[in-house]
Design a protein around this ligand. Structure first.
Ligand SMILES: [Zn+2]
Length: 368
């Protein structure tokens, strides 16, 4: 591998200098390990890094960025780079068996074959055991890149065979400059997205690029503000509005089915089942987001009431927060945050979502 190696390769990896350094060094050593575990919170760039690293392993010029290998890898269409995603909440043993079955096949058109395991924490027990076989003695041209939020989500016998590359939440300032550089997002909004997303770059970016998501954020914050103004009589309508937003998010996820990476041997029936599971996962994700947004509003009101303006998350709503928050009601705002956190716990159980949401809005109106 040449001396220019890695220069610029991981430039797009925002706020992850540590991971970029390790991966660059791994490529420079000429003998990269056969299995890496990229561990870090959602939105920290694990997937971006895996695709770039995978491209560099396949590219004969170590990830030049311009050859057909690199371009196909960037588009997600390189035949030697397979991304294995959970079918719903789990990676099934059949998906891993398919990897094992093709393990010894030579690369189609590059010098390596790369398997990216989209969520190694989602390997079920049977899948993990089947996977160990591949991990033990892969052919010299095969590389595994496993992604997970935390190493402890992954079976220890798998972790021990991987080099761990840690990713962390990107600093808000890095997310802000990224949004400004790429989209010229104005300061209060860039700050708000960076803070609200908690350093989750993908979410911060989506809040700007996905108009529907941005609209749902406005809806949730609007509901929170309405309750703070004393709109308790609308609890049922609010619950219905949130539920229909969840359905909208789920429908969008279902419609995006064909864009998800495929894997060998995935039948039309599986595809249908996956779409169904994906719908459920998207609803859960959106519900978590809705609760986060509602809680962020009352945290912000508490911050303004306490005079801690610097810690406001929704910077783009500062005027409205100023207008609403009263120092004498600080405890009420904190109680509202508590109501939302309690609701989050209740939702672990499979109970009627509409009723839970309505109860939450009544309770919020009461404590506010
Ligand atoms: Zn290349």
């Amino acid at each position: 591998m040449n001396s220019e190696l890695g220069i610029g390769l991981f430039d797009g990896l925002i706020g992850q200098p540590h991971a970029a350094r390790l991966l660059t060094a791994a490529l420079a050593r000429k003998r990269p390990r056969h299995a890496y575990l990229f561990a870090g919170p959602p939105g920290s760039g694990k997937r971006t890094a895996a695709l770039k690293f995978g491209a560099a392993l396949c590219c004969r010029k170590d990830g030049c960025g311009s050859c057909s290998t690199c371009r196909k890898a960037a588009r997600g269409t390189h035949p030697d780079i397979a991304v294995i995603e959970p079918a719903g909440s789990q990676i099934m043993v059949d998906q891993i068996r398919e990897v094992n079955r093709t393990l010894n096949m030579r690369p189609h058109e590059s010098r390596a074959r790369v398997f990216i395991i989209g969520d190694a924490g989602a390997l079920n027990a049977a899948g993990a055991n089947a996977f160990l076989k591949s991990l033990e003695e892969p052919p010299p041209f095969v590389f595994f890149l496993l992604l997970a939020s935390r190493p402890r989500e992954v079976l220890p016998t798998i972790v021990s065979r991987c080099q761990i590359i840690r990713f962390s939440r990107a600093p808000a300032s890095d997310v802000e400059s990224y949004l400004f550089d790429k989209y010229q997002v104005s300061a209060p909004k860039a700050e708000a997205f960076a803070r609200v997303s908690g350093g989750n770059l993908g979410l911060a970016e989506a809040l700007w690029t996905d108009a529907k998501l941005a609209g749902r954020r406005e809806l949730y914050l609007g509901i929170a503000a309405r309750l703070a103004r004393g709109g308790s009589q609308d609890a049922a309508a609010m619950a219905a509005a949130v539920q229909s937003a969840l359905l909208e998010a789920a429908a969008a996820a279902e419609g995006s089915g064909d864009e998800l990476p495929d894997w060998p041997g995935r039948s039309p029936k599986q595809r249908q089942q996956d779409a169904h599971r994906r719908t459920g996962a998207a609803q859960k994700w959106e519900l978590a987001l809705a609760l986060d947004m509602l809680a962020s509003w009352y945290r912000d009101m508490a911050a303004v009431a306490a005079g801690a303006r610097d810690s406001v998350l929704n910077r783009d709503y500062e005027l409205e927060l100023d207008d609403l928050a009263l120092p004498s009601r600080l405890d009420n705002y904190l109680a509202a945050v508590g109501v939302i956190e309690n609701t989050r716990k209740k939702l672990v159980y499979n109970i009627d979502l509409g009723l839970v949401l309505m109860a939450m809005f009544y309770e919020l109106a009461e404590v506010l």
